[in-house]
Ligand binder design. Structure first.
Ligand SMILES: Nc1ncnc2c1ncn2[C@@H]1O[C@H](COP(=O)(O)OP(=O)(O)OP(=O)(O)O)[C@@H](O)[C@H]1O
Ligand SMILES: [Mg+2]
Length: 260
């Protein structure tokens, strides 16, 4: 498949010829992709193929890894996010991230969600902050379970609740893009179903990019799927097409369980 055919215009995120190396070892080679707004895009592929590495390029989380070098061009709404004038901390408020293991701060439920709006000065009064926290917890489908104990420790919640708390924390700064790296891998099927339902709702407000090892999950929740293999983006398209009529034999092998 030619690279040019993977590129469409009018999208939220545009990556062109992205390369990533850890020291001398290349991890991502020449990836170009456009990611649509109000869409869930799934990144799939075998372990070590570079899904997390590429995801971390999209909010410059790789900047925090000393030996990691990123080149190429990544734009969000046309703005080069690697431009020297871009503050990575501001960028990460706009491009939020949820990790594989729920990682609430050792703070109260309220303070976990209030943290971002506070450090970014997004609210002017306590009442306004309380409103932002409530709204984020509602969107993360956690409000009803925690509204009577906002002062308790976030770490005292169940795993699935902690992950929804981390989602609430990520959306409290009103990001435009939400990056999720295997957000359900530590969760049971019930919590997973709740998070999946939530991701589908989030699509109304955000551009969601999710890494998943579960092809059933990718098929259930995403509209677009990108298949990575050995650091390259092999195939990208409508999820239905990728799972029913993949163009590349490597994609077909992966989705039918022959590689990975
Ligand atoms: N911090 C790091 N330092 C050095 N090499 C790294 C680092 N993180 C990832 N790599 C290497 O980059 C390559 C891609 O790794 P990455 O974690 O992006 O893969 P992945 O597709 O997310 O895999 P998985 O499905 O197992 O999470 C691998 O060869 C990995 O060893
Ligand atoms: Mg990974």
């Amino acid at each position: 498949m030619k690279e040019a055919s993977m590129i469409q215009t009018g999208q939220k995120i545009s990556a062109r010829n992205v390369q990533v190396c850890y020291g001398d070892s290349p991890a991502i080679r020449g990836v170009s992709v456009d990611i649509a707004p109000n869409t869930v895009t799934a990144f799939i592929g075998p372990s070590g193929c570079g899904k997390s590495t590429f995801l971390r390029c999209l909010n410059r989380m790789n900047d925090t890894i000393d030996i990691c070098r990123v080149s190429g061009d990544i734009r969000i709404d046309g703005e080069d996010i690697y431009d020297r004038r871009v503050d990575p901390v501001q960028l990460r408020a706009k491009v939020g991230m949820v990790f594989q293991k729920p990682n609430p701060f050792p703070k109260s439920i309220f303070d976990n969600v209030a943290y971002g709006p506070k450090i970014h000065g997004l609210t002017r009064s306590k009442a306004e902050l309380a409103g932002v926290v409530e709204n984020a917890l509602r969107k993360a489908a956690l409000w009803d379970e925690v509204k009577d104990r906002l002062g308790s420790a976030g770490t005292a919640l169940s795993g699935g609740q902690q992950q929804r708390l981390c989602i609430a924390r990520a959306i409290a700064t009103s990001p435009e893009v939400l990056l999720m790296d295997e957000p359900c891998s530590a969760l049971d099927p019930i919590a997973t179903a709740q998070i999946e339902e939530l991701i589908d709702d989030l699509r109304q407000n955000f551009c969601v990019v999710i890494v998943t090892h579960s092809m059933q999950q990718a098929a259930r929740i995403s509209q677009k799927t990108a298949f990575f293999h050995l650091g390259s983006l092999v195939e990208y398209g409508d999820t239905d097409q990728i799972f029913t009529a993949p163009h590349d034999p490597r994609t077909e092998s992966y989705i039918t369980g022959r590689i990975g």
